[in-house]
Design a protein around this ligand. Structure first.
Ligand SMILES: Nc1ccn([C@@H]2O[C@H](COP(=O)(O)OP(=O)(O)OP(=O)(O)O)[C@@H](O)[C@H]2O)c(=O)n1
Ligand SMILES: C[C@](O)(CO)[C@H](O)COP(=O)(O)O
Length: 231
């Protein structure tokens, strides 16, 4: 066990890139909705003190039934999400109080290895926010009008994942300042970086994928099959 934390799960997106015509987090993986897989990671972690779910209000009734069906007793709040992921997270942040560590983890990342949580919480408790990331495997270039303008040196590049761990007062201030400045970041760590606060990297696993496009569902099936074989 490690020190307690709470987790915010943004789950209010539209899944446009998935093209499923519904919330991609309700799509089944081996018969269980993606979001339930994600929530079970935290439900089964004795150090998790509460799950705060940012949802689309249209999903509320169905999600309430799912929580009961899968005995997800740690879900402490269903918060209405916003137009952007950042707003969904901030709506949840506003519901929390206290000084402890809060993780933010995408509902669309069902394959988080629970053993990775402890290092994130420990780093955040010691004052530096922490994020999971993996070394980039492809060469990354910048381009304008289809013409390459720069090749970015790969050894310093990381593909960032979630969870991202923060002390709650810092996360709240980072979101407040971003809203004040009308700044929209693609992750919560970028809002903390704007405050000149350190963000440390904890190396994660490549199978902690975010289900974003239809191809990711094939990868998801393969990951589940690999894990079944490991049992
Ligand atoms: N307004 C939003 C947008 C996204 N999310 C959540 O943030 C996570 C990561 O976002 P992403 O994978 O981009 O999901 P969508 O925004 O649904 O995808 P798309 O951009 O293809 O519509 C997902 O769990 C998603 O549900 C959210 O809570 N509120
Ligand atoms: C937070 C994140 O998962 C880190 O890689 C990613 O930035 C989310 O991006 P999305 O477009 O909101 O899925």
């Amino acid at each position: 066990m490690h020190n307690p934390y709470r987790v915010i799960i943004p789950a209010a997106g539209q899944g446009k890139r998935m093209g499923a015509g519904k919330n991609k987090l309700l799509l089944p993986l081996k018969g269980i909705p993606v979001l339930v897989h994600t929530l079970q990671v935290f439900e089964n972690d004795p150090s998790c003190g509460g799950i705060y779910l940012a949802i689309n209000p249209l999903d509320e009734a169905g999600l309430t039934d799912l929580m009961k069906e899968h005995r997800l007793t740690k879900v402490a709040g269903l918060i209405h999400g916003g137009k952007e992921r950042q707003q969904s997270v901030y709506n949840a942040v506003k519901q929390l109080s206290g000084e402890g560590v809060v993780l933010v983890h995408d509902g669309a990342r069902p394959f988080l290895d629970r053993d990775q949580i402890g290092a994130l919480v420990a780093a955040a408790e010691n004052g530096a926010s922490a994020i999971l990331a993996v070394p980039v495997k492809d060469t990354v270039k910048k381009a304008r009008d289809g013409i390459v303008t720069e090749t970015i040196e790969r050894s310093s590049l990381w593909a960032v994942q979630t969870p991202q761990a923060f002390r709650l007062p810092l996360l709240r201030e980072a979101h407040r300042r971003a809203e004040e400045d009308a700044f929209i970041g693609t992750d919560d760590a970028s809002l903390v970086e704007r405050l000149q606060a350190d963000v440390t990297i904890v190396e994660g696993h490549y199978d902690n994928i975010k289900l974003t496009t239809p191809e990711d569902l094939y990868f998801a099936e393969a990951i589940i099959k690999k894990r079944k074989n490991q049992l």
